[in-house]
Design a protein around this ligand. Structure first.
Ligand SMILES: Cc1cc2nc3c(=O)[nH]c(=O)nc-3n(C[C@H](O)[C@H](O)[C@H](O)COP(=O)(O)OP(=O)(O)OC[C@H]3O[C@@H](n4cnc5c(N)ncnc54)[C@H](O)[C@@H]3O)c2cc1C
Length: 475
């Protein structure tokens, strides 16, 4: 079997998603010679952009909104602005419209946010008020794998007691207004769990605190610019990057001090072949993938005609109305049934970044959750939800790109049957991803570094960072 011909290297990183690049950067910072090998012709995995619809319209193929990238304890230390990254901050992080033509808004300021639901203001402040000013300390612990002692145990306990709860339970016990409950439900739906499941509140708290701490930015020019900045910084540290090479077997890789795999358990089983045996193999075989996503991108002739005009101030808009409706949509997706009125995560980057579309024109990005491997068509259901809160939206569509679970997986094998989280985020897999050994595998000098390891999905690079630390500590 021919070995992959690489420059002399200490570490090989398979996959150039944000975790692969973060791992490579951390090792290069420690003085290691690193080579990243990427299957796709372009770098970035879930952080990429392309003209998916018409020439001149730049769409984010997967991720688009980066509160966790901005607040990441590792990525925030890197000189990415010097390497071409410019964050774009919409004036409002998130808008959540309702059928009566009003909207709840998640502002940078807590005061402005609670002005939208004054009778729940005190509860909102109780929930996150103390945590916002201490977000750096909190996130340093939140983005650290289980097993390491938190640096700020009391802060973590205050966060953890609510984070461990179900999104629905916390929304109902903390708030009384439909506005605050609906807003919180949309945030909790980022967990990709039914909102009745324990720990589905965690991501809602993280995203809320991040909005008040720093904001929910886009990357100017498209997500590829974030990947470009990470790759450029890696090169400045001496790292090498190879694209268009799918690593099919560990046997094809030359010897190295460490191999870090930015892949999920299913691909690891394939790449490792017979080398993986026993209980570890069985754990990976039993690893659960979660609900899938169904994604649309549009080229638009004008801004979205929101009934609540304040939605035009927000980078992200959550379409699903009340807590009950959002819970229903996510419960169905979790149980293997697509919702006719799906909860839709919608982003409108070109309103704040004109470089994304020809003058006067716009882009929009949206997805909803569907059952793992769903083969139906959600185009009409998603567009109906936009139309519900923005009558006339359909008339503004110039072109659309549609990616169901299979299409998402074709462009990135880590999106197994459309699961964008690298595996279900139920309580066990939230902490012990994909097995209790986390980044370590039974294979000498082979580590996992993808979002199938803690702290899980999202563009924060912390899975890669901790995998690299584990490799450095294993020397
Ligand atoms: C539609 C969608 C929307 C999202 N929205 C957001 C968002 O707005 N904000 C956010 O923070 N997160 C978002 N996410 C999640 C985020 O993109 C992922 O959590 C993140 O990209 C995971 O990073 P990763 O490095 O673990 O893996 P990936 O980004 O998936 O990268 C893995 C890379 O490894 C490569 N690879 C796999 N196997 C091989 C092989 N055998 N040989 C060589 N290369 C290989 C793949 O081609 C890919 O480039 C979204 C994801 C999707 C799909």
């Amino acid at each position: 079997m021919t070995k992959l011909d690489l420059p002399k290297t200490d570490a090989i990183i398979v996959g150039s998603g944000p975790n692969g690049l973060a791992a490579a950067i951390r090792l290069a910072q420690a003085g290691w010679a690193v080579t990243v090998v990427e299957a796709s012709p372009t770098l970035g995995g879930g952080v990429s952009s392309a003209e998916l619809t018409l020439p001149g319209f730049i769409h984010d193929v997967c991720s688009s909104v980066y509160p966790m990238g901005l607040c990441s304890p590792f990525l925030s230390t890197l000189p990415l602005e010097k390497h071409g990254l410019e964050w774009v901050f919409p004036p409002v992080a998130l808008a959540h419209p309702f059928d009566d033509g009003t909207a709840a808004l998640l502002h940078h300021s807590v005061d402005e946010t609670v002005a939208g639901f004054p009778s729940d203001g005190a509860s909102y402040r109780r929930l996150i008020g103390d945590l916002v000013p201490r977000w750096r300390e909190l996130f340093a612990d939140v983005f650290t794998p289980l097993g390491k002692i938190p640096h700020h145990p009391f802060l973590m306990a205050k966060f953890g007691l609510n984070a461990i709860r179900s999104g629905r339970g916390l929304a109902r016990s903390a708030f009384t207004t439909e506005k605050a409950r609906g807003l919180f439900a949309g945030l909790a739906a980022h967990s990709l769990l039914p909102l009745e499941e324990l720990s589905s509140a965690a991501i809602a708290l993280v995203l809320t605190i991040a909005a008040h701490a720093r904001g929910w930015p886009f990357a100017r020019g498209g997500s590829q610019q974030l990947t470009g900045a990470l790759a450029s910084y890696l090169k400045s540290l001496g790292g090498h990057l190879i694209t268009g090479h799918n690593v099919e077997s560990l046997d094809r890789l030359p010897p190295a001090r460490a191999v870090l795999l930015d892949v999920t358990p299913r691909q690891f089983l394939k790449i490792a072949g017979d080398r993986l045996q026993g209980s570890y193999r069985r754990k990976l075989e039993r690893y659960q993938y979660g609900m899938a996503s169904y994604k649309l991108d549009w080229a638009l002739g004008r801004p979205v005609p929101w009934r609540a005009p304040e939605c035009l101030q927000a980078g992200t808009v959550h379409l699903g109305g009340t807590l009950d409706e959002i819970s229903d949509s996510e419960r169905r997706a979790g149980r293997g049934q697509a919702s006719e009125r799906p909860f839709v995560l919608f982003a409108q980057a070109s309103l704040f970044d004109p470089s994304r579309a020809p003058e006067g024109k716009h882009t929009a990005w949206a997805y909803c959750h569907v059952p793992n491997g769903y083969a139906g068509d959600m185009t009409a259901a998603i567009e109906n939800q936009v139309e519900r809160f923005a009558p006339g939206f359909r008339d503004s569509i110039l072109a659309r790109s549609v990616m169901g679970p299979a299409a998402l997986e074709r462009q990135n094998p880590n999106i197994v049957n459309g699961d964008i989280a690298g595996g279900a985020l139920n309580l066990r897999q939230l902490f012990l991803r994909p097995a209790p050994s986390l980044y370590r595998t039974p294979l000498s000098r082979v580590f996992l570094c993808s979002s199938s390891t803690p702290p899980g999905p999202g563009v924060h690079g912390m899975c890669g960072f901790w995998a690299a630390e584990t490799a450095l500590g294993s020397e």
